[in-house]
Design a binder for this molecule. Structure first.
Ligand SMILES: NC(=O)c1ccc[n+]([C@@H]2O[C@H](COP(=O)([O-])OP(=O)(O)OC[C@H]3O[C@@H](n4cnc5c(N)ncnc54)[C@H](OP(=O)(O)O)[C@@H]3O)[C@@H](O)[C@H]2O)c1
Length: 216
């Protein structure tokens, strides 16, 4: 089983993905700008399964076999660019959404290359960037008893990297992998997160994406 590092893994999104990955047997390293903070956050997570969650500086997380980017959108490119050497040749998963709050709604922002996944891919030319986990509410991810039964929409230009991420997602409790296609879908998939969060604010809910008509 491979190791997974999460850049910005101390936030709600990183913690939610970490606990489900560890419950699937992965050894997860929560990355942070502050290794002591990451160690403390990791110690609070109690996965059920053979895997583990530990904490480290983002540099340590970037040394894992697969690396997830879970920082705020406006620090994602700077964070990965500083770690370019460690990330070379690896699958890098972006779950980053560029969003802005406007009253009771979230609205999508469009980075120069159309999406955060494309921004990260441009910053890391020698990696295989795959998008996943964008629409999952962290609150439902972190609680292993939340009854989560969500689809995870996956995209990227490298077919084998997409398949590899899909296998990882399928192994995580409560999640099903749905490969959507290439990086050309990234802006639509990321922007749809604004719709999901706005629905949750309006309806005081923690809903998530579950596509009808697919046979898993
Ligand atoms: N929250 C969700 O439900 C959810 C669901 C799906 C996708 N996402 C996406 O996942 C990403 C993380 O979401 P989140 O809610 O966990 O965000 P967050 O709590 O705001 O940030 C995550 C972590 O990023 C690090 N960070 C903050 N500012 C930074 C900076 N300027 N430079 C480098 N690192 C910084 C912090 O870790 P340290 O202080 O320890 O370094 C923080 O704990 C976002 O892009 C979001 O759109 C979120």
């Amino acid at each position: 089983m491979s190791s997974v590092g999460i850049l910005g893994g101390t936030g709600p999104a990183g913690q939610g993905v970490a606990i489900r990955l560890a419950s699937a047997g992965y050894d997860v390293v929560l990355g942070s700008r502050d290794a002591v903070r990451a160690t403390g956050v990791a110690a609070e997570l109690t996965p059920r399964g053979a895997g583990s969650v530990s904490g480290a500086a983002n540099e340590g997380a970037a040394r894992c076999d697969v690396v997830i980017v879970a920082t705020p959108w406006d620090s994602a490119v700077a964070t990965v660019s500083a770690l370019r050497e460690s990330l070379t040749g690896k699958i890098v998963i972006s779950m980053v959404n560029a969003l802005s709050r406007e009253g009771r709604e979230l609205v999508p922002l469009y980075p120069p290359r159309g999406s955060m996944a494309a921004q990260i891919a441009h910053a890391l030319p020698n990696t295989m960037v795959v998008g996943a986990f964008h629409h999952l509410p962290a609150s439902e991810m972190v609680g292993l008893d939340s009854g989560l039964d969500a689809d995870v929409i996956i995209f990227g230009d490298d077919e084998s990297a997409r398949e590899s991420v899909a296998r990882m997602v399928e192994s995580m409790p409560g999640l099903h992998a749905v490969i959507a296609g290439t990086m050309s879908l990234a802006s639509a998939i990321e922007a749809f997160t604004a719709v999901c969060i706005s629905i949750n604010i309006r309806h005081k809910a923690h809903s998530y994406v579950k596509l009808a008509g697919l046979s898993h």
